[in-house]
Design a protein around this ligand. Structure first.
Ligand SMILES: Nc1ncnc2c1ncn2[C@@H]1O[C@H](COP(=O)(O)OP(=O)(O)O)[C@@H](O)[C@H]1O
Ligand SMILES: [Mg+2]
Length: 154
């Protein structure tokens, strides 16, 4: 995608459970981009951002069984330096509405983005629904990508 090609700093996620896995994506991205992963701060209920440089060396299993940077490899980075954000989810719809796990971690993070950058939901095609319930707090995706299609939502 042009949006990805243009981006210099991309935020990806490390998949948990049956989410779309991203190890290969992160490793490819590390060769051509600066790559940022979230760290779940459970006390504050927010995602913190850290740049990673080496997938095999720097990550450990953290909160919710998600791979995140080890303490000694945390390199904080400002949200507004990101050029693109890839987001996991339980379900998405064709308008870009997103259902998470009910803690709104990504809604809170995306609400703080001040630049116009693409938010991209990554999911298996069966996770796409015609309509996903949403409230005024829910931040929609600009694109949803599945193994079948790239859906431009807005
Ligand atoms: N930016 C925000 N600041 C504070 N609370 C929020 C924010 N976004 C969502 N919430 C609240 O967090 C709760 C969970 O949000 P929800 O969107 O249902 O979760 P998820 O996005 O994980 O599916 C809701 O009660 C919602 O009102
Ligand atoms: Mg939400």
């Amino acid at each position: 995608m042009a949006e990805y090609k243009r981006a210099k700093i991309v935020m990806l996620y490390s998949g948990k459970g049956k989410e779309v896995q991203t190890e290969k994506l992160i490793k490819i991205a590390l060769k051509e981009k600066r790559v940022v992963l979230p760290i779940t701060n459970v006390e504050k209920r927010i995602l913190e951002l850290s740049e990673i440089k080496d997938y095999d060396l720097e990550l450990k299993i953290g909160t919710f069984n998600i791979l995140e940077p080890k303490k000694e490899f945390i390199r904080p980075i400002e949200i507004d330096s990101l050029d693109l954000i890839v987001v996991p989810g339980v379900s998405f719809d064709y308008r870009g509405n997103r259902l998470g796990y009910g803690y709104a971690y990504y809604d809170k993070l995306l609400a703080t983005v001040r630049r116009r950058i693409p938010f991209i939901g990554l999911a298996f095609h069966f996770q796409l629904q015609h309509r996903v319930p949403h409230s005024r707090y829910d931040i929609p995706m600009h694109f949803v990508i599945t193994e079948k299609r790239i859906i431009k939502c807005r």
